[in-house]
Design a protein around this ligand. Structure first.
Ligand SMILES: Nc1ncnc2c1ncn2[C@@H]1O[C@H](COP(=O)(O)OP(=O)(O)O)[C@@H](O)[C@H]1O
Ligand SMILES: [Mg+2]
Length: 235
């Protein structure tokens, strides 16, 4: 059972630590990350290349595991869960947009977007109807039957965003979702994020380099020396 109060964090990380090894050399990447997102909150993370942003998002999503610390999603322990339980938590509560889109090449745009809902055992027609709607909302109503190989880089990225949103998760983690987009498409995606967070209370944690988008977030954080800090424009 999981009966959270409406203001309880949808995502909480406490003292998360991670190091990688390059041969025998230890590369510390996350040195005690603390982070919490409440429902409807929009939080941006910026930081130089190699600062650990993707590693952090993967750990928060349960796609990778931390060396130490705690991660909970909608009050459920993500860090301590088995990989099957982590996948189930993701499926139930989370949308994830990879830095590389990770679409399935043999499936059309609509089928890719419908996949998380199908994994949640939603009827195919119902899943594909809502997937068409969300693809229209990201400006891809004319690309529904296209395979990823027949889409541009920016179109693939928008399909990946649509896939992260279609099952109406409580929380969306996105790794540079506007990185391949022209300004108009990037603005359209950010508008969609704002309206979903305000209408449905969806929380968004977005890694971005795009400083022109930062005003759309409630908070902007940086990842520096493996820790989260508040961002100031003078940084
Ligand atoms: N699987 C891995 N094995 C070894 N080193 C890794 C691995 N993943 C990431 N790293 C290293 O961790 C650091 C942070 O990487 P990453 O999280 O991708 O940074 P960012 O997304 O901020 O650019 C980099 O130095 C990278 O080389
Ligand atoms: Mg990255």
């Amino acid at each position: 059972m999981n009966e959270q109060s409406p203001l309880a964090p949808v995502l909480q990380a406490i003292d998360v630590r991670k190091r990688f090894y390059q041969g025998s050399t230890e590369v510390p990447v996350l040195n005690g990350v603390d982070l919490a997102l409440t429902p409807g909150e929009r939080v941006a993370i910026i930081g130089r290349s190699g600062s650990g942003k993707s590693s952090l998002l993967h750990i928060l999503a349960g796609l990778d595991t931390a060396d130490a610390g705690q991660v909970s999603v909608v009050g459920e322990d993500m860090g301590g869960a088995s990989s099957e339980q982590r996948a189930a938590l993701r499926c139930a509560h989370m949308g994830f947009v990879y830095q590389q889109h990770h679409l399935l090449p043999e499936f059309s745009a609509v089928e890719n977007v419908a996949l998380p809902q199908r994994l949640n055992r939603l009827d195919k027609n119902v899943a594909e109807a809502s997937s068409r709607e969300i693809l229209e909302a990201v400006g891809l109503g004319h690309r529904l039957a296209h395979l990823p190989s027949a889409l541009s880089g920016g179109e693939r990225q928008r399909v990946a965003v649509a896939r992260a949103l279609a099952h109406q998760p409580r929380l969306v983690l996105a790794d540079e979702p506007t990185g391949n987009l022209d300004q108009a498409s990037a603005v359209q995606l950010m508008d969609l994020m704002v309206s979903l967070s305000e209408a449905n209370g969806t929380a968004f944690l977005v890694v971005t380099h795009d400083v022109s988008m930062l005003h759309r977030f409630h908070r902007v954080l940086t990842l520096n020396e493996g820790r989260i800090e508040a961002y100031s424009q003078d940084d």
